[in-house]
Design a protein around this ligand. Sequence first.
Ligand code: ACO
Length: 435
Amino acid sequence: MSQATSPATARLEMPDGRTVELPVLSGTMGPPVLDVRKLYAGAGVFTYDPGYTSTASCESKITYIDGDEGILLHRGYRIEDLAARCTYLEVCYLLLNGELPTRAQLDRFVHDITYHTMVHEQISYLFRGFRRDSHPMAVMIGVIGALSAFYYEDLDVDDPHARMIVTHRLIAKVPTIAAMAYKYSIGQPFVYPRNDLDYASNFLHMMFAVPCEPYRINPVMARALDKIFILHADHEQNASTSTVRLVGSTGASPYAAIAAGIAALWGPAHGGANEAVLNMLKQIGSVSNIKSFLEKVKDKDSHVRLMGFGHRVYKNYDPRAAVLKASADEVLAELGHRHNPLLEIAKELEKIALEDEYFVKRKLFPNVDFYSGIILEAMGIPTRMFTAIFALARTVGWIAQWNEMIQDPQQKIGRPRQLYTGQKERPFVPMEARG
Ligand code: ACO
């Protein structure tokens, strides 16, 4: 049931003199929302909003962002508190169920997730179809899409129990598949999950263990990675989440919907930015090159962007970037990287950009991708795995939003309209008359 209230009405004056009344909806937080659902039926007009800069595509109770203030809440809790005081699986439970778990609820949830960490043995053969140098995101799109072929017959998306199993499977298996994609790319044998390890430690184990010698998990790395997972867990209706909702709205397999979300995340304007940031920092090479690099960024003809900067919603410091910036020093020191040249370039780059009129005027601040790659690289995670790790962490957000959409009585197949500017109807031209 919708929880939005409609305390007001807006009046729209049409060019032909008619007045159209539109309900103004209020949520619990955030700006009021003009309800245009009946606009076409009542007034014969569409709204035009490429990029959805002013469009609320759904009602949601999961995540709230105040982009002007730089605030991110999951189910009402600040991201800073969750990152400092929870484990990733605790945050997953919160996103999925709306409340923080009790100890007993968390133990049960952790059990349910670890129970599903293995993948069907047949899945390992799928990898052989890929070139060894394939990008891990390409492999993940393929293999996670293929889960829809493994779990098809028994899947009734209207059955809450079936949805719960889908949810557990995805949160459990995506790290296994991401680690397999890495192992395949370097020619090492796949490493089976270990259910006695916590979620982040198990991922490190699957990434870095080899059969011939013991692998010791560094608890500092495991905790830092878990925090990175928390910071990427959900972010309301971004491009990949909207993709998952759109695909899911057709009744398609949720595994296919998540594969589509991974595809949307891959782009450098979205989750692919963490990989692009690191490549950019390496290209800049030294603090002395920052000024000339920023000149290039400000020159529109160069088409160079400062990667990890700017955000559609945040017109202030992204709170996730603030947490990561603070933990970068901490983690790097613990890992013995006291003078990390990339971190030095990143900090100086941020300092100079935040004082530069170009960035100030456009309200461009560091986003979550600006510092995450530096931490991941210090952990020994290859650059090409960065976006795969983002996808792994975001899987819970995608599946929480998919679950919410399926249960929403107002949910319809997503089907935007358009402003058509092509040819008007015209008579067909036979081949001999063309030219
Ligand atoms: N570097 C330089 N200029 C920028 C940047 C940037 N990173 N970001 C925005 N701008 C400029 C634009 O050129 C534009 O300038 P103009 O008004 O003179 O034309 C203005 O700021 C507004 O930018 P838009 O592209 O219209 O903003 P939009 O909301 O569409 O884009 C986006 C947001 C895609 C994130 C953009 O800021 C960007 O490309 N950033 C770099 C990539 C990145 O870090 N992506 C990760 C985002 S976070 C995430 O998805 C997990």
